[in-house]
Structure formats: structure tokens, C-alpha cells
Ligand binder design. Structure first.
Ligand SMILES: *Cc1c(COP(=O)(O)O)cnc(C)c1O
Length: 361
């Protein structure tokens, strides 16, 4: 059977060469005589894998030495609690920018742990843009400011890094990590579930500035305490071993292509194909304001829910899978992460034009 173009928001496509390498090593890894899935996480072979994974990620993202890299479980959603549990002890207060459903979930979770303020929100406009704020939006004594850098469901992204002064900036980068270079030093914490652009589901990466460790609230579960995880090299308990191995293969592959500058260029080109098409026709509506358009998740609707449904169904039959929008917003969403080939986007645009012709409104 042929592989399809999978536009799923997550879990999503992985690069074919990575899957092939994993397949080749699946039963016997190197000279270990066993699969990575069967290895003790304390074995020398596995130790080499996790160390290499961290080194490659540091290289790819140019992570400064004063940041720890943690390989955790629980998904980005667990970090919605871990962030306040680890950081809010500094002043009891934190500020959130609400730019979509995940940032709202992060905010709702934080409400359990302290005095939380909404610094800005685009909810009143259906999250069709990312709020632009300056330093005056934040309380000077906030322990941190939280943002969601790319809003997977609505298809928006931050085109600027909010200036928070001395307040650590915490960013959920689940759906944009590794899509382009970011200046890590501008952030106190970056976290990301791996299943969008990095690895299979089951791994969450946290990149945290060292001086922020050690502020966990006394009742923080040990498993959510970043300091404990950092002191134990992400091996306080059994880490998601195989996912970390897969992430390592993805990092190797991205480096072999030239790193994140190259990914950015490829991703910009792919997104441009879709947005240029959307801007030059009047069948589909792209709800996101142009200045906030995501490079990773492109949303559009026909304006008729029945046609939207027909679109997703017929696209899937044509080998363009998972184009149905998130259940909370409807319409269509094309997630075009690193692993989506340009050809997949071109095929999608061809299909869109053809569908518009065959289904007059
Ligand atoms: C998918 C996603 C999440 C949720 O991730 P889980 O790993 O399922 O908990 C959170 N934030 C963003 C931006 C996402 O895209």
C-alpha cells in the first residue's frame, strides 16, 4: 500500500527516511542483540542514545549551556500544571496570553495554583489573530508569562517574541518546535509535546533555564518537578525510551538537511503555496488575519458545513488524509509540519481547485 499525504495535526507525519531507519534497526539495534524497545534505560547502549538525542537537539536549536533539556512523559497538557507548580512559587502570580484553546487550557490549569491574570486575549474575535502586547501588559511581579507560540487549532502564530523584561517567558511550542530557529535565550522555558513535529506521541521536551529550577511548590508531585528530572538526567524513572530514540533519528535527519534555517525556508515555501492559493480565489474562506497566519496549521472553510464534510471525505479518498478541522471549530485544517513534502501541499491545492469547480455554492 502507498503512503498517503497525512495532514493530521498530531500525531502527524514523520520523515520517511526516519521511519525506514527505525524499521531497519527495529529488531536488532547495532550490536546490542535486541530492539531499543527492549533495552534497559540504564544500559550503556541506551545511555548513548539519550545523551546523543540531547546533544543533537542542543545543536539543532542552538540551546545555550545554562539551559537544561528534559525528556518527559505526560504530553504538553501535563506541563500546563507543571509550569505553575515549578514557577509560580516565585511570587504567587503569573500572566497568560490567551490566543487559542491550548493557551486557555494552560490558563485554566494555572488558576488552581495562584493568582493568574489574562494579559491579553483574542477570544472575542474567535482567536483569528495573536494579540500584540508590550511590556505594560504584564504585572511586574508576575513569576512568569505564558504564551502558546503556535495555535494548532486556529492556525495562528506569534510573529514576535513578547518583551517581558526580567519576567521569564514560558512558551508552549508543541506545534512549531523545530519548524524554524528560535532564540532560546529569549525564553525561560520552552515545552513541546513531541507528536506534532518531533517524534511519536509519548514524549514531551522541556527546555528550562537553570536559574528557574528549585522554585517548585512543596506539594509538587516528584514526577512534575523539573529540578528532580534535571538532576536525574530525565531518568528519575523510566523515560519514554523508544520515543526518545525516534526523536534522535528526527534530529539527525533535520541536521543532515541543513538544520532549522533550511526547515524554515522549506516550511515558508509550503505555507506560501497554500496561502497564495487561498488569497487568489473566493470559494474558500481563510479566517486567520494574514499577520498571524501559522506556517504549520492552515485553516479554511467553505462556509457550508455539509460541503466541508464532503471536502474532507473526498480528499481522504484522493490520498489527502485528516483535513477535517478540529472538532471544536469545524472546517478544514491542513497541518504541514516539517515532514509534509512540498508535493503534498501542491496536491492539496490541486484538489481544492478541482473541488471548488465541481461543487458550486
Ligand atoms: C497538541 C497540543 C497540546 C496538547 O498536547 P498533548 O501532548 O496532547 O498534551 C498542547 N499545546 C499545543 C500547542 C498543542 O498543539
Amino acid at each position: 500500500m502507498n503512503r498517503v499525504y497525512n495532514f493530521s495535526a498530531g500525531p502527524s507525519m514523520l520523515p520517511l527516511p526516519v521511519l525506514e531507519k527505525a524499521a531497519a534497526e527495529l529488531v536488532c539495534y547495532g550490536n546490542a542483540g535486541m530492539s531499543v524497545m527492549e533495552m534497559s534505560h540504564r544500559s550503556p547502549e541506551y545511555e548513548a542514545i539519550i545523551v546523543e538525542a540531547e546533544n543533537l537537539l542542543r545543536q539543532l536549536m542552538n540551546i545555550p549551556d545554562n539551559y537544561k533539556v528534559l525528556f518527559l512523559q505526560g504530553g504538553a497538557s501535563t506541563q500546563f500544571a507543571a509550569v505553575p507548580l515549578n514557577l509560580i512559587g516565585r511570587s504567587g502570580k503569573a500572566d497568560y496570553i490567551i490566543s487559542g484553546q491550548f493557551s486557555n487550557k494552560a490558563y485554566q490549569e494555572a488558576l488552581k495554583y495562584g493568582n493568574i491574570a489574562v494579559a491579553a486575549s483574542s477570544k472575542a474575535d474567535n482567536f483569528t489573530y495573536v494579540p500584540k502586547v508590550d511590556r505594560s501588559a504584564f504585572r511586574p511581579d508576575a513569576s512568569y508569562v505564558h504564551i502558546c507560540f503556535n495555535n494548532t487549532i486556529y492556525g495562528t502564530k506569534f510573529y514576535y517574541i513578547p518583551d517581558t523584561g526580567d519576567i521569564p517567558l514560558v512558551a508552549d511550542m508543541s506545534s512549531c518546535i523545530l519548524s524554524e530557529p528560535f532564540d532560546v535565550s529569549k525564553f525561560g522555558v520552552i515545552y513541546a509535546g513531541a507528536q506534532k513535529n518531533m517524534a511519536p506521541a509519548g514524549l514531551t521536551v522541556v527546555i528550562v533555564r537553570e536559574d528557574l529550577l528549585g522554585n517548585a511548590l512543596p506539594y509538587t508531585p516528584t514526577m512534575l518537578d523539573w529540578k528532580v528530572m534535571a538532576e536525574n538526567g530525565s531518568m528519575y524513572n523510566t523515560p519514554p525510551c523508544y520515543c526518545i530514540y525516534m526523536a534522535k533519528l528526527v534530529y539527525e535527519y533535520l541536521l543532515s538537511l541543513g538544520g532549522l534555517e533550511v526547515m524554515k525556508k522549506m516550511n515558508e515555501e509550503k505555507a506560501k503555496i497554500l496561502y497564495d492559493y487561498l488569497d487568489n480565489q473566493d470559494y474558500y474562506i481563510a479566517p486567520v488575519k494574514p499577520e498571524s497566519r501559522s506556517m504549520m496549521n492552515v485553516t479554511f472553510v467553505t462556509g457550508n458545513p455539509d460541503l466541508d464534510k464532503k471536502f474532507a471525505k473526498e480528499a481522504a479518498e484522493a490520498g489527502l488524509k485528516n483535513l477535517k478541522g478540529h472538532r471544536s471549530v469545524g472546517g478544514m485544517r491542513a497541518s504541514i509540519y516539517n515532514a509534509m513534502p512540498r508535493e503534498g501541499v501542491e496536491k492539496l491545492v490541486e484538489f481544492m481547485a478541482d473541488f471548488a469547480k465541481k461543487n458550486p455554492k
